[in-house]
Design a binder for this molecule. Structure first.
Ligand code: ASP
Ligand code: MG
Length: 415
């Protein structure tokens, strides 16, 4: 039997009516001849409520009990989905993570898959069951404790099952109808993409396009799982939504596929750092130890002054890590590991990125990007590039304008 994985996110199972609507989509695939593994999220808002209960009960909670509580939302939806399918005369049963069993590491609330043995579910399909409804986001550790994968983890469960069961495709049903060239709330010209390459999706996902958990895309890329993002609120068919796939499947030859942005960026500059071998290690070592996720890094040309060579070192990190970064740098200065004249923090910046595998073969992408920003009088504060991405930091007040200007400059509204 061909097999499909269908994942329904929180808004798609938010109440009994929506669970029924999702079940009808499953039914249609069963009628087409598929065995189906359904992965469900908790009803929307449920996981937040459970997290709140844990925090109110025990501020320094035991992570194992956090997972025991927070994983339970998915158990409810899995059971309800199985019941709904049974009411439609479809042989289905629910599976909690430990029943499969979904074996994970013991890193509570950030667990990773170790193995998903197929035997138990395969045996049920062989008995005539058509649907296995699996609770997303959870697993079981070698110690026999319930684990969770981190927020948004049901996407990753879905991809892992698609890989383990060699599914024809992994359909992610959600409240948007696909992946767009940029956030449609910022420009109405945003266009739904028919296909997007794993690598591009990875850049867009980690850049703040919140459709898929980043780890699910990494996993899909590694195991070449064809992933489709589509709406559970619309009539859909095999061409709906956006297919996230290998770049070989993509014919389009645009330089840029999408524009992403991130509002929560801060820029920090260490002014007049002594320029000597080991200085970057002396700065970024302590930042890493402090858990600061450094993104962009710029080191200026060094300058000769006061009988030595000096440079400015600029980096960006998430806004909520600024205090940690500051403390790490002040400690490094106090211990004599790093000398600098000043630490300048700018928390009013946003990062805008253009992403596209086509950049590898198109020249002039950076020039087009910088011209478009210049035409709007937007000053660029930091620039970084990779093979398929160019990112800039700009003042946050220009974020929307920058996204719109770049969307226009690369004509992303046109297919
Ligand atoms: N329910 C979990 C969350 O809200 C997992 C998921 O839905 O993907 O993060
Ligand atoms: Mg989600």
């Amino acid at each position: 039997m061909p097999l499909l994985v269908m994942k329904f996110g929180g808004t798609s199972v938010a109440d009994l009516g929506r669970i029924k609507n999702a079940a009808l989509k499953v039914k249609r695939e069963v009628e087409r001849g598929y065995d189906v593994i359904v992965i469900v999220s908790a009803m929307s808002g449920k996981t937040n409520e459970l997290v709140g209960w844990v925090e109110q009960t025990s501020p320094l909670f035991d992570a194992r009990e956090y997972d025991a509580v927070v994983s339970s939302g998915e158990n409810v939806t899995a059971g309800l989905m199985a019941l709904t399918l049974q009411e439609m005369d479809i042989p289905a049963r629910s599976w909690q993570g430990w029943q499969v069993p979904i074996l994970t590491t013991s890193a509570h609330s950030a667990a990773r898959f170790i193995d998903i043995p197929r035997e138990n579910i395969d045996a049920k399909f062989a008995e005539g069951f058509k649907v296995a409804v699996v609770a997303g986001f959870q697993g079981v550790s070698a110690e026999g404790r319930i684990t969770t994968l981190g927020r948004g983890g049901s996407d990753t469960t879905a991809v892992a099952f698609a890989a383990a069961f060699a599914a024809e495709r992994c359909d992610i049903y959600t409240d948007v109808d696909g992946v767009y060239t940029t956030d449609p709330r910022i420009t109405s010209k945003a266009r739904k993409l028919e296909k997007i390459a794993f690598e591009e999706m990875l850049e867009l996902a980690s850049l703040g396009a919140k459709v898929l958990q980043t780890r699910s895309v990494e996993l899909a890329m590694r195991y070449k799982v064809r992933l489709r993002v589509l709406s559970s609120f619309e009539d859909t068919d095999e061409n709906s939504g956006t297919l996230v796939c290998d770049e070989d499947e993509i014919m389009e030859s645009k330089a840029v596929s999408g524009v992403a942005y991130s509002r929560d960026e801060a820029k920090m500059t260490l002014v007049k750092v002594q320029d000597r071998p080991g200085i970057a290690a002396a700065i970024f070592g302590p930042l890493a130890e402090a858990g600061v996720n450094v993104d962009m890094i710029v080191q200026n040309i060094s300058e000769l002054a006061d009988g030595g060579a000096y440079t400015d070192m600029t980096f960006s990190c998430p806004t909520n890590q600024v205090m940690r970064a500051q403390k790490a740098m002040e400690d490094a200065r106090a211990s004599g590991a790093v000398n600098y004249a000043d630490l300048v923090v700018d928390t009013d910046v946003a990062k805008i990125s253009v992403v596209g595998i086509g950049m590898r073969s198109h020249a002039g992408v950076a020039a087009t990007m910088f011209k478009a920003l210049a035409a709007e009088n937007i000053n660029i504060k930091v620039i970084t590039t990779s093979e398929i991405k160019i990112s800039v930091l700009v003042d946050r007040k220009y974020m929307e304008l920058a996204v719109q200007a770049l969307h226009d400059a690369f004509q992303l509204e046109k297919a």
